[in-house]
Design a protein around this ligand. Structure first.
Ligand code: CA
Length: 221
């Protein structure tokens, strides 16, 4: 799950980023409305956390612009306590929710989960062959045996399963499972795929993760 945080106050932005990363989300940040618009329209996100008071382009205008451009990513607005009009306006033009500043991180996290869950199918479990992934508890099992994954491996596996039977390229993986500063020329993705393969496939005759030479990877099931 990849989240974009558009917030000009550096302290708040890094506080949100750190907290969400600890929860296993991939987080990018933008520090003004124009940058936010650029990043939101050039990359795919599962959720946008949008401060309303932003330089260059304010949050309400930005949100309206995104909706006009048919970008339907859920938006949680960060609003000032006194900004009742902003909240109404924001919800009217297509934001999904708001959190009032100063906010408690747990509250923001709860809202984040709610909107991400809505985006997922009603099921909390993904399954491929004898591999099961619980999206709430992050418990992964193959043939009934628990597999312990790091949060990065978990994000990667989740992405592969959601795109099962489709070849995913390194670019696609970097777009969804790594943040924007990721260097695609490095072999980090291959390294992580190998970790994952070792944990998921090594002890089983049926291999789920396949390398498609020159193209990318495929999870078959
Ligand atoms: Ca601000």
């Amino acid at each position: 799950m990849r989240i974009l945080v558009i917030e000009d106050e550096k302290k708040i932005a890094s506080f949100i980023k750190r907290g969400l990363k600890e929860e296993g989300y991939v987080v990018d940040t933008a520090s003004d409305g124009e940058e936010g618009h650029f990043v939101a329209t050039t990359h795919e996100f599962d959720l946008i956390i949008l401060d309303l008071m932003l330089p260059k382009l304010d949050g309400i205008t930005l949100c309206k612009k995104l909706r006009d451009e048919n970008i339907k990513t859920p938006v949680i607005m960060l609003t000032a306590k006194s900004g009742t009009q902003d909240k109404i306006k924001g919800l009217d033009i297509g934001a999904d929710d708001y959190v009032t500043k100063p906010f408690d991180f747990q509250e923001l996290l709860a809202r984040t989960r709610t909107h991400l869950r809505k985006r997922e199918s009603s099921s909390t479990q993904l399954q491929v062959a004898d591999l099961t992934v619980n999206l709430l508890t992050h418990k992964v099992e193959r043939a009934g045996l628990e597999i312990i994954l790091t949060s990065k491996e978990f994000i990667l596996l989740q992405y592969l399963i959601r795109n099962r039977d489709t070849v995913v390229t390194r670019t696609m993986i970097s777009e969804h499972a790594w943040d924007i500063n990721f260097d695609i020329s490095s072999n980090v993705i291959d390294v992580y795929i190998n970790y994952l393969r070792h944990k998921i496939d090594e002890q089983h005759p049926k291999k789920l993760i396949k390398t498609i030479r020159g193209r990318g990877y495929l999870l078959e099931g």
